[in-house]
Design a binder for this molecule. Structure first.
Ligand SMILES: CC(C)(COP(=O)(O)OP(=O)(O)OC[C@H]1O[C@@H](n2cnc3c(N)ncnc32)[C@H](O)[C@@H]1OP(=O)(O)O)[C@@H](O)C(=O)NCCC(=O)NCCS
Length: 173
């Protein structure tokens, strides 16, 4: 069973110790430790940001984090979503020992279901970036209906999912 649990004194050391494969390091622009520190700062700055430990059958296997914010980067200026509210997936990883077991997919689905409940406010979009060479991430997000925008920053593609209607409606079991 996959669960998302908040970061606490019980799991923070395990989350920080999680690692991706050597050839995946370019796909994530940050570490779990730095992400947790960023969450503190973003929350202080008024951008709700929640880091989660991913558990599979009670074992910490991964980490993810999302924020609630306005999509107002200047590169979005000509897009429908410019200046709209969105949930932004900042980080997702499954430790190298546990990849390829559907944990990433199930955790991502759980996260989308959390977002669907709009825990920090109404939003029209879920957005994320992935490295243009990260085929696994691209395939995973496309399977949940994320569309590439063509906006590329630092070799990362912005993909977006419109939240009109239930986002989990389209999920195929
Ligand atoms: C991306 C990541 C989170 C996926 O988690 P995972 O547990 O390894 O993946 P899953 O077993 O849940 O597979 C999920 C889907 O990914 C896709 N996928 C998995 N391996 C793939 C591969 N080798 N090539 C293409 N797509 C692949 C498939 O769509 C798969 O679903 P399916 O098995 O139903 O077809 C994980 O591999 C990871 O942490 N990678 C390194 C960090 C990273 O790239 N994070 C994303 C940053 S945007």
């Amino acid at each position: 069973m996959i669960e998302l649990r908040k970061i606490t004194g019980d799991n923070i050391d395990e989350v920080i110790a999680l690692e991706v494969r050597e050839n995946q390091k370019d796909f994530i622009l940050t570490t779990n430790l730095r992400s947790i520190a960023d969450a503190y700062v973003l929350n202080e700055d008024g951008e709700p940001t929640i880091p989660f430990a991913i558990y599979a059958d009670g074992v910490v296997v991964g980490f993810l984090m999302y924020s609630y914010d306005i999509l107002d980067h200047e590169s979005f200026e000509n897009e429908d979503f410019y200046r709209k509210m969105g949930y932004f997936v900042r980080h997702i990883m499954i430790d190298k020992r546990y990849q390829g077991k559907q944990y990433g997919k199930l955790a991502f689905e759980k996260m989308l279901m959390d977002i669907e409940a709009m825990p920090y406010g109404e939003a029209e979009y879920v957005a994320l970036f992935y490295h243009t060479s990260n085929l696994t991430a691209k395939t995973l997000y496309a399977s949940f209906g994320f569309l590439e925008t063509g906006i590329v920053q630092d070799n990362s593609m912005l993909a977006i999912k419109n939240l009109d209607g239930k986002i989990t409606e389209s999920l195929v079991e």
